[in-house]
Unconditional design. Structure first.
Length: 476
């Protein structure tokens, strides 16, 4: 017999089963993590090379700061409406009187809300101290200080510091200001009255009552129910833009999607997934894109609600469709402010109405690179429509000051002068910390010109009558 060759044995012998490599759970986790990392890097590269770079640059530059200013609506028990878009920190609850209001006693590293729901670090008692002069600043997110680094960087705090500086100067340089008591000589009286008027002495406190999203209808109810009880000495209303953007059928800004939220707290699959990945939103472009474009499902009707709209390229959809709709919005603004004037005049409180700054009031030649990106995002239609329509709200303020010359002072902050820094805007209406200083300075000058807040020099006391000399006794 012939012996089988080795090769033949190899061919006809039973093959051993091939062993497949088994992955451990740890290796699977590492592989999946590397896959996500690659997707994130590719997404960032794509966004850097595409037109979406500018859109996400603003919102991702300081993710903690942006998230800190997102409104999170809660019910009366301070529990969130689960199927509303929830973006963390700033809590607000529904109010039958003012639409919604900020929850009192909340804080984070960027802002603090006192017990009364105002942006202030100290509580505000109803009983006003005898030497306190209270100034309330009302308005929307611009007055509130959306995007500012701290309470101290807001318009209200800067204005309060400026007023304190003025009082200190009146003490250190009294010769620059009118005296407390006028001189006897008529020529000296003229010289005394030609000097700067003094502000009333006291402790000036500026209360930030601004609420993101508020329009004139919200502010009207706020004055009547939440401001007048604190006995203000002056009310400042800084607004205009929300009334331009709010549909004329709405009297005030309401919580969006609220009716569909009550009694329906089931978020659904998309809601659960969105809540699950929410902690990663501030650190991942992919998560942000998935949340905003895949997991967020709003109806067309819900999208028409303007309240702190984040997408700059969506803003033009809220502008008036025609001249008739614009006239209705301006008329609503005018009527609401007339009622605010009536309330303040009845309480003998002067009123300053200031038309808030808006991006199209900025000189195009003064735009920084970041502001140029904002202009691109807003689009030509938005820029032109706002330039054509916003001045009508300024005209409405001037009309009020003519109707009520002794109760209303109207100023426009729409056209930003060369005194404003570059950049001044972080989006269409929200200002940088440095720009807030210029707004506070302009409000300070408006306040210092109000007769009701000026110290009126007293007339000199009557000259004492000369004491007659006693008659000399005749010599005896």
């Amino acid at each position: 017999m012939f012996k089988s060759r080795p090769r033949e044995r190899l061919i006809f012998s039973k093959r051993k089963p091939r062993r497949y490599r088994q992955f451990s759970p740890l290796s699977l986790i590492v592989s999946f993590s590397l896959f996500l990392l690659v997707i994130e890097l590719l997404t960032r590269i794509f966004l850097d090379l595409s037109d979406s770079k500018g859109e996400l640059k603003q919102t991702l530059a300081e993710p903690d700061l942006i998230s800190a200013y997102q409104l999170n609506f809660v019910n009366e028990d301070e529990q969130p409406y689960e199927n509303l878009d929830q973006r963390e920190n700033l809590l607000a609850r529904r109010s039958l009187s003012v639409g919604y209001q900020l929850v009192g006693g909340q804080k984070n590293e960027y802002w603090q809300i006192n017990e009364q729901g105002f942006r202030d670090s100290e509580p505000l008692p109803l009983a006003k101290p005898a030497d306190e002069i209270r100034i309330f600043l009302l308005g929307n997110s611009t007055a509130f200080g959306y995007g500012n680094s701290s309470n101290e960087a807001t318009i209200s705090e800067l204005l309060e510091a400026r007023l304190a500086q003025r009082l200190a100067k009146q003490k250190s340089s009294p010769n620059l200001y009118r005296p407390n008591v006028l001189p006897y000589n008529e020529d000296n009286v003229k010289k005394a009255l030609a000097k700067y008027p003094k502000l009333k002495s006291g402790k000036y406190r500026v209360i930030n009552a601004g609420v993101p999203g508020y329009a004139s209808g919200n502010e009207l109810a706020q004055v009547a129910l939440s401001v007048l009880p604190y006995k203000p000495d002056l009310i400042i209303v800084l607004d205009g833009y929300p009334d331009l953007m709010l549909d004329s059928e709405s009297k005030a800004t309401e919580i969006p999607q609220l009716d569909g939220s009550i009694g329906n707290n089931t978020p659904g699959f998309k809601g659960y997934v969105s809540q699950l990945i929410q902690p990663l939103r501030n650190y991942s472009h992919v998560v942000r894109i998935i949340q905003d474009n895949v997991l967020t499902s709003q109806s067309e009707e819900d999208r028409e609600t303007f309240l702190l709209e984040e997408q700059l390229d969506n803003l033009d959809r809220y502008l008036p469709e025609d001249e008739t709709e614009l006239e209705r919005r301006v008329e609503r603004y005018l009527q609401h402010h007339k009622q605010i004037v009536s309330l303040s005049a009845g309480a003998r409180i002067p009123l300053i109405i200031a038309n808030q700054p808006e991006f199209t009031g900025r000189d195009a030649s003064k735009l920084s690179e970041a502001e140029g990106a904002i202009a691109t995002q807003l689009g030509r239609d938005y820029l032109q429509k706002v330039k054509d329509s916003y001045p009508q709200f300024i005209a409405a303020d001037r009309q009020l000051s003519k109707i009520f010359p002794h109760n209303v002072k109207a100023i426009s902050l729409y056209n930003l002068s060369d005194k404003y820094p570059t950049p001044s805007f972080i989006d269409a209406i929200h200002l940088t910390d440095e720009a807030n200083k210029v707004v506070a300075e302009q409000l300070y000058y408006a306040i210092s010109s109000l007769p009701k807040l000026q110290a009126v020099p007293r007339n000199p006391p009557p000259k004492p009558k000369p004491v007659p000399k006693p008659k000399a006794k005749p010599e005896s």
